[in-house]
Design a protein around this ligand. Sequence first.
Ligand SMILES: [Zn+2]
Length: 66
Amino acid sequence: MNTQKRSGMEEVVDMELHCVRCGTRLYIPMAQADAVLASLERCGAAILVCTCGQAQLIWWKRQQQR
Ligand SMILES: [Zn+2]
């Protein structure tokens, strides 16, 4: 996952996933990233909710490119 700065917007984390329902790329605000990452580290998974309301379970990717 990459931290990106999008112009005029708050800093977000790119989850490199797309919503299964609407296909929107999933980003989480940095404000929420800590909670999501903590859940990922603890449980190996976390729930993300898309802007369309679709909740998705995401899994920790062990092989990350930095
Ligand atoms: Zn969606």
